[in-house]
Design a protein around this ligand. Structure first.
Ligand code: PLP
Length: 459
């Protein structure tokens, strides 16, 4: 093979003093705010008092804030500096392999201690809880990334972390559980016998593969029953997306260093946090008329909340313990197939992403997992990074677009979030490489059964 010796810059780094010191709140720039969460009993907007058993006042304040910029506490910046600003790469070798005139950039969040974007919010969540005197946090985890991030952040701020890990990924990914335990967390296989919600499900089906919605029910049940314990959510809520905007703020500066403006911003969506974190600062620029990129969310074909769900008030968890959230949902009783991208197996979607989608600022597409892993393997063999199963969805969409550019000759600038590495997800690659991975179509009956369980909320 001929060796290409053309030297081109492929890594765009910021200095530490260029790290953002505020989080960006897109609500300040939207024509209307997203509909509020509702108390499931009264169907009135859920107030701070309804959320206080679960979250500290500072996070509730951020959840309902309309301020455009919110200052990042110094103690949080100190931890961020361990891995932030994260690098932006230009995928020259992938472009060459595809023979595309498109320019592909990826913002890499796998450099964090947990290996994903999740510490961007785990650290402030642990910080605000510790500042409030909280000594224990409960949470759910799908792929194990969020549980790892919160276990790490809890260790830094002296908080015990108890995690309910979805059974399918608990079994597929023993190393994620071990990493959480190294950081000092206690991990349950969900559904578990430790909660009423878990025991009820196991009584029906002892082999339940679990879901994020079920694991949330278990973690919320335990937090709600103990005043010294609170709950932390790794995605979906406004304050989580807020914390993740450091990704997009940095990427804006880095793309400017590269001398490019994006034509397509593409990210994977489970609950919407890495995608919102990358896209919202660019959407601010788009709403102000300075740039005009297409913004595209990519979800798994087995759990397509934006493309096949309903925009309705629904529970955030399976047992119906959370406030009702207005979001794109497949129904809180929907149990997605145990695909390898465990972080994307959530029945709902961030209310903020759902709202922005309804307003026409985003597009969405669903892609089956084998195409995603084909893209991931091509990416690994050209760029040298093994992606987590979740961002393989964004890579597959980016590659589709780059191939289209090859046909049309368009020199599009594509930006994606490579939101985590897959070093602890190699069993998924084993399934792909050995040919055992399949794409199972979800029947219309399964979708309609769960959609019928969405609670009726008068408009
Ligand atoms: C948790 C996770 C996701 C899904 O969550 P979002 O809130 O949609 O970002 C995606 N990728 C990785 C690597 C994750 O850890």
């Amino acid at each position: 093979m001929a060796i290409d010796e053309s030297v081109r810059q492929h890594k765009y780094e910021l200095s530490e003093d260029q790290m953002p010191t505020t989080w960006y709140n897109i609500i300040a720039d939207l024509p209307t705010p997203p509909p509020p969460p509702l108390h499931p009993g009264t169907l009135e907007p859920a107030g701070p008092d309804d959320l206080a058993p679960l979250f500290p006042a500072a996070l509730i304040g951020q959840e309902v804030s309309a301020e455009r910029y919110i200052e990042i506490p110094g103690a949080v910046l100190d931890v961020y500096r361990q891995w932030r600003p994260s690098p932006l790469y230009r995928a020259h070798r992938l472009e060459r392999a595809l023979g595309t005139p498109a320019r592909i950039y990826y913002k890499y969040e796998g450099v964090s201690p947990a290996g994903s974007h999740k510490p961007n919010t785990a650290v402030p969540q642990a910080y605000y809880n510790a500042a409030d005197g909280i000594t224990k946090l409960t949470t759910e985890t799908g792929a194990g990334q969020w549980g790892t991030a919160l276990a790490f952040a809890g260790a830094l701020f002296g908080i015990d972390v108890e995690v309910w890990q979805v059974a399918a990924s608990y079994d597929q990914k023993p190393y994620r559980r071990l990493m959480m335990e190294v950081f000092g967390a206690t991990v349950h296989r969900s559904p578990s016998r430790a909660t009423a919600a878990g025991r009820a499900l196991l009584a029906d089906n002892p082999d339940h593969t679990g879901s994020l919605g079920i694991a949330i029910s278990e973690a919320v049940e335990v937090a709600a029953s103990d005043p010294a314990t609170r709950y932390a959510l790794g995605s979906v809520l406004n304050h989580v997306l807020l914390h993740q905007t450091v990704i997009g703020e940095e990427a804006l500066l880095q793309l400017a260093l590269a001398g490019d403006t994006p034509d397509l911003i593409v990210g994977c969506t489970g609950g919407g946090s890495n995608f919102g974190g990358l896209a919202f600062p660019f959407l601010r620029e788009k709403l102000a008329g300075r740039i005009a990129p297409q913004i595209l969310a990519v979800e798994p074909a087995s759990c397509p909340s934006l493309t096949r769900g309903k925009y309705a008030y629904d529970f955030g968890d399976t047992a119906g313990m959370t406030p009702l959230l207005k979001m794109h949902t497949l129904g809180h009783t929907f149990v997605p197939d145990p695909i390898h991208a465990g972080g994307l197996r959530y029945h709902g979607m961030s209310p903020l992403i759902s709202h922005v989608y309804e307003q026409g600022h985003l597009d969405a597409v669903a892609i089956p997992q084998t195409e995603c892993f084909a893209a991931a393997v091509q990416f690994a063999r050209t760029e040298g990074i093994v992606p987590a199963p979740e961002p393989t969805h964004a890579l597959a969409a980016a590659i589709r677009e780059a191939q289209r550019c090859k046909e049309t000759g368009e020199e599009k600038v594509i930006l994606t979030a490579l939101c985590g590495h897959g070093h602890l997800d190699l069993a998924a690659y084993d399934a792909y490489l050995s040919g055992a991975m399949v794409d199972e179509a979800v029947s219309d009956e399964r979708f309609s059964a769960a959609l019928a369980d969405i609670p009726a909320v008068p408009a």
